[in-house]
Each structure stands twice: as C-alpha cells, then as structure tokens.
Design a protein around this ligand. Structure first.
Ligand code: NZQ
Ligand code: ZN
Length: 387
C-alpha cells in the first residue's frame, strides 16, 4: 500500500426531503448567492421553486443562471463569472448533475482570477481560490458533488479538459434519492456506467497489497450491478435509488483510491469523444472501458480474473485464468448493453475517420493512463477495439 492523505471536507446531507434545509445551510456561508442549474429538468420538477422558497425563508438573496448543457461550456462559465462579479456574489449553489456542478466550480475559480478561466483547464496557471460552492444533486453519476475536479468543454478549441485541485471540493451536498425518480432511463444508465468507471479506474492498479480498497471497490461495483436494473424496472424505488446515489458519491470521493494509484486512461480517452461528438460521458465510457480492458488485461491477468470472480461471481478457471479474465470483461460489456448503453463507437455515430485526431489529442507527445502507459498508437488500438 502507498502512503496517503485522505481529507474530504464535503458535508453530505442525505435522504428524503433534505433539500428543504438548503437555505439554512447556505446562510452559514453567504446572504447572496448564485443559483446555477441546467437545461430545465430542475425547473420542470419544481425543485428550483423549492430551493428559492428555502433560500428566501433563510433570508438569502439570490440571482440565477440556468442553461448549463451536458458537457458544460466555458462560454456559459465566463457569463457566470461576469454575473458574480457584477452582483458581488461569494457563493454558488449548483442544482443539478455533474455538468452544473463542474460549471459552478469553474465559475468559482474564475471569479477571483485576473486571467481567463480556461488557462486553469490548460494547466497554464493553478487556481489558488474558489468561491464557496454548495450542491443539490439530481443525478448520481459524476461524483462531482464531493470530488476535487471540474470538467469543462471549450467549443472553439474543440477540447474537453478536467481540472483537479483540493480547493474545488464543494462545501456541502444535499442528496435526496427522490430527486432522481424523474431521470430518463438512458441518463440513469449513463450515470451507472460513470460510477462503475470511477471505481474500475481505481481498481485496475499496479499497487500491491491493497486488499481493503480492492474489497471496497468490489462492493461498490456489486451495489451498482444489483441496484441499477431494479431502478430501471421501477424508477420510484427509493431504496435502490438511494444505494446508487450513495455509491456514486463515495465512488469518486477518493476513499476507494487511498493507498493506491488509479489509472484514468479510459476517462481521458472518453473525454476526446465527448469533446468532438457531445455524447454523454457515461455512454462514452461504456464504449471505451471494455475496449481498454481488452487491450490491457494481459498486463495483470490475476487482477482481471479476481475482478471476474469477485465482482461478477464467475468461477475461477485455475488452469486457464486468462479465460476467466476475458469472461469478466465480456460480462462488463454485456452489463452495459443490458442497461441500454452503446458499447461500440458506431452505435454512437462516431466515425472511424476521427480516431487518429482523437488519439493524437488524447496523448499529445506523451502518454495517458498508469496501469499501462498508453501512447498515441496504443490509444488508437483501443479506439479500434471499440469500433
Ligand atoms: O440539463 P437538465 O435539464 O437538468 O437535464 C440533465 C441533463 O440533460 C438531466 N438530468 C439531471 N438530473 C435530472 C435530469 N433529468 C431528469 N431528472 C433529473 N433528476 O441529465 C442530463 C445529464 O446531466 P449531467 O449533469 O450532464 O450528467 P452527469 O452528472 O453525468 O455529468 C456529466 C459531466 O460530468 C463530467 C463529465 O465529463 C460530464 O461533462 N465529469 C465530472 C467529474 C468530476 N467533476 O469529478 C468526473 C467525471 O468523471 C466526469 O468526467
Ligand atoms: Zn467519469
């Protein structure tokens, strides 16, 4: 096990109806806030109205900026920065999913900065300060509600880039599984694939002697595998929704990678797809992760066969562990397909002609991933396995 520090300061307020307390929680930080939200689901469900009422009751004044698109755009972030400066806002309340939260974090680091916010995402400058950000979560997926990351797209440059910094963890996250009842099945499935990918990025490691975190990862994966089909069958199943929501948060709050190195190659490859083709991040991962597994499994057959046995309950073939390892990979792919996700680039209308450009942008002159360091040729091969 590697040395590690673990500190996740995001306060989680979880359960039925909890969002009614949001005003009191926000009031601890500021009396004037920006409510940031997406394309309309939170208006339609009445959530934004309830948030407004709770803020007013707590004596908190607010301005609003909606319209965050999935794969959030830096153009709206810049608008949010101007608005916060003009209105002297010091707190942003993100009401939505990963895209809204990431946009809120981007605004939060952009407001105190004296240069364009995109410089942070190109790693030209490191952010030093972020306005306080709070969350009312509406979709379990990205884990941004307590992660240190924000992923933003730049349409002009056709780039999607992630920024990670410990200052970027939200102050609090209200998580009411009932708010996820309205999710379309496809979004539920995309969220499930993202949660599983966050766990698998951590599971496939070269770090030795990490039994506890291996088993935490396996528990997380099994919880998603057991509960997501139930949620798709009955969208109002509170208990199954709650399992998925809590797993999604812990999957990306850095507990599962304590003492071990994660991979993250599949994530960086997927970001090239969603940057160019604006697909849902989870759908892109359902395509890329199995292809990545097929490309790398020989590097550590024992780990992949352990995954097959413990996560999918497959019988270990001690004479031929490679067979078990491969069976686990195919089960993962079949699961994604069974919950309605694409597992090939062609199913997302991503043309093969774009593979060289995506592979080049992903690695530049270097490599991506840690389990195996992938250069441009390796990433191209993974895209080919995903065709
Ligand atoms: O925009 P609205 O109308 O709200 O609709 C959204 C959106 O269309 C809808 N939705 C959300 N909650 C709903 C709902 N519809 C009905 N009922 C609800 N309760 O779902 C759609 C997707 O929302 P989005 O926020 O984009 O989903 P997600 O949480 O999957 O976030 C994806 C983004 O997060 C980034 C991804 O790259 C992608 O840009 N990630 C962020 C990470 C982080 N910050 O730590 C890590 C992840 O690996 C990921 O890269
Ligand atoms: Zn992800």
């Amino acid at each position: 096990m590697d040395n590690f520090e673990f500190h996740n300061p995001t306060r989680i307020i979880f359960g039925k109806g909890v969002e009614s307390q949001v005003g009191d929680e926000v009031a601890k930080y500021s009396k004037k806030v920006l409510i940031h939200y997406g394309g309309g689901s939170a208006i339609k469900s009445g959530l934004i109205d309830r948030v407004r009422i709770s803020l007013k009751a707590a004596g908190v004044d607010f301005v609003e900026l909606g319209g965050v698109q999935p794969n959030p755009r830096v153009a709206l972030v810049r608008e949010g920065i101007e608005l916060c400066r003009k209105e002297s806002i010091s707190f942003i309340l993100a009401v939505g999913g990963g895209s809204v939260i990431d946009s809120a974090k981007a605004i939060g680091v952009g407001v105190p900065a004296s240069h364009d916010v995109w410089d942070f995402y190109e790693y030209i400058v490191e952010p030093q300060k972020m306005l306080d950000v709070g969350v009312v979560l509406t979709i379990p997926a990205a884990g941004s509600e307590s992660s240190s990351s924000s992923v933003v797209s730049n349409e002009e440059k056709q780039l999607k880039r992630g920024l990670s910094n410990e200052i970027m963890r939200p102050r609090f996250a209200f998580m009411n599984p009932e708010l996820t009842f309205t999710l379309p099945p496809y979004q539920t499935a995309c969220g499930a694939a993202d949660i599983m990918a966050h766990i698998m990025e951590r599971y496939f490691t070269n770090t030795k002697n990490v039994e506890f975190t291996d088993r935490l990862c396996e528990a997380g994966l099994k919880t998603i595998i057991n509960n997501v089909p139930q949620v798709l069958e009955n969208p109002n199943d509170y208990d199954a929704r709650a399992e998925v929501m809590w797993t999604g948060c812990v999957a990306h709050n850095d507990l599962f990678n304590t003492g071990r190195e994660g991979d993250w190659g599949s994530h960086s490859i997927e970001h090239e797809i969603s940057a160019l083709f604006d697909v849902a991040h989870g759908a892109g991962l359902a395509v890329i992760f199995p292809a990545w597994m097929k490309y790398v499994y020989k590097h550590d057959v024992a780990r992949f066969s352990q995954f097959a046995e413990r996560v999918w309950g497959l019988e270990m073939d001690h004479f031929n562990p490679e067979k078990t390892a491969l069976a686990g990979i195919y089960r993962t792919e079949a699961f994604f397909r069974s919950i309605g996700l694409p597992v090939r680039l062609s199913e997302m209308d991503v043309p093969v002609e774009s593979i060289p450009e995506m592979a080049k942008k992903c690695t530049g002159t270097g490599t991506t991933g840690n389990f195996i360091k992938l250069n441009t040729a390796a990433v191209t091969e993974i895209f080919n396995l995903a065709k």
